[in-house]
Design a protein around this ligand. Structure first.
Ligand code: HT9
Ligand code: FE2
Length: 373
């Protein structure tokens, strides 16, 4: 398998605390200069403390990395796989320093975030720049090519569809066919969505596109059409700043107050399509909080699985790597997608997912200093 021009794969994630003592420093890393109200931090910190200070995210990444290394080896791809996080050990800047020491010249970068927005894409590109800068300067650092967004890659979507079908089967038969699918993602400020992607609104548009694909596939496989909505969780920030709505809990309240013929219902499947694995947002905001809301309202609810370590999602990384390697060699590359929006560009256009408040230099964009030579 020809992976040239790459001599490494870099896996980039958010990071999370591993024990109680980590929680406060982790939250300080996350919120550096972001003006998140103290009450919100105490609340989120409590969700971690309640679980012994341990986020699920690092173990999920370790398991994914093991599966990924296995998948690459099985397909004859002999490429070192590095791992670096934005907010916790192993820190991205340490990892990039190690890559330099190992003589890595050019790496494809896979981030555990599938959609376009400042938080989910551009901020990772800022982190790549910072990691190169900190570890001895961008000049002479490995060239880092962030792989394109993959929310609409069939290998990400297929396990999510299977998960929704399994959750529907798990509902009591008398409410199953009338169940609504609530596609859930992380809320972001509406201004962040306004600037998402090169033209704005990409975060919402991408979620709506993939939700429609999943709902169609479920309808075809079951022979029953399920109504669906896109809803949000994990709102943060100051109360006067608008974030994407409705919140999943508010939406459940609204459904409970409606007659079945008006879309009210007694059963839902919550599909956390915005998350690639069972992050804290999924295990707390959905499994704990939203489940309790549903129970209080008498709504039968199931939370469908995330793509996690499903072999089809693991293989998606290989597919994106080979696709990009071919493209960088100037060869025709098949860009697999489902839905109406098609593949995003390999290199983000200048200003893509721009954030007024940040404006730090980035890598992996058309205007990246690594591409100008
Ligand atoms: C779009 C998006 C993703 C998905 C894309 C991706 O995966 O990257 C994501 C992922 C994650 N967010 C996470 C944790 C946190 N996010 C916070 C804060 C924020 N997130 C935001 C957005 C997103 N976040 C935003 C707009 C803020 C406000 C402050 C800011 O503008 O930065 C805060 C501070 C407290 C709070 O405000 O809630 C925490 C602790 C974890 C780890 C979970 C675990 O431990 O399993 C993960 C995977
Ligand atoms: Fe977050």
């Amino acid at each position: 398998m020809d992976v040239s021009p790459y001599d490494a794969l870099l896996f980039v994630s958010f990071g999370g605390p591993e024990k109680s003592e980590d929680v406060v420093p982790f939250l300080e890393n996350v919120t550096r200069g972001r003006g998140i109200p103290r009450e919100r931090l105490v609340e989120v910190g409590q969700h971690y403390f309640d679980r012994g200070g341990k986020s699920p995210i690092n173990d999920q990444n370790r398991a994914f990395l093991a599966a990924l290394r296995g998948d690459l080896a099985e397909h004859g791809i002999d490429l070192p796989v590095y791992w670096g996080n934005r907010n916790w050990d192993p820190y991205l800047s340490d990892t990039v320093a190690q890559m330099r020491a190992d003589g890595i010249e050019r790496a494809a970068v896979f981030a555990t975030s599938a959609y376009s927005s400042y938080s989910s894409c551009r901020q990772y590109r800022e982190n790549l720049f910072e990691a190169c800068d900190k570890s001895g300067g961008v000049e002479g650092a490995p060239v880092l090519d962030k792989l394109r967004r993959y929310y609409n890659h069939p290998g990400f979507v297929a396990p999510v569809v299977d998960g929704v079908l399994a959750s529907l089967e798990d509902l009591p038969e008398d409410v199953r066919d009338g169940a609504r699918i609530l596609f859930v993602t992380h809320s972001i400020p509406t201004s962040m969505n306004d600037n998402a992607g090169p033209e704005g609104n990409a975060y919402v548009a991408q979620h709506l596109d993939v939700a429609a694909v999943i709902a169609d596939e479920v309808a075809q496989r079951r022979g029953v059409t399920h109504e669906w909505d896109l809803v949000y969780c994990s709102r943060s920030g100051a109360p006067h700043i608008p974030w994407l709505e409705p919140d999943v809990n508010d939406h459940l309240e609204e459904l409970a107050g409606k007659a079945p013929e008006d879309g009210g219902g007694s059963a839902v499947v919550m599909c956390p399509v915005g998350f690639v694995s069972d992050h804290m947002e999924v295990v707390y905001d959905l499994d704990t909080e939203a489940m309790a809301t549903a129970e209080r309202l008498g709504i039968e609810a199931r939370r469908s699985p995330t793509a996690g370590e499903d072999p089809r999602f693991v293989a998606t990384v290989r597919d994106l790597l080979l696709e990009r390697a071919a493209a960088e060699r100037g060869e025709a590359a098949e860009r697999r997608t489902v839905g109406d929006l098609g593949p995003g560009p390999d290199r983000c256009p200048a200003g893509c997912c721009f954030n007024q408040r940040s404006q730090l230099p980035t890598l992996s964009g058309e205007d990246s200093p690594q591409y100008s030579g």
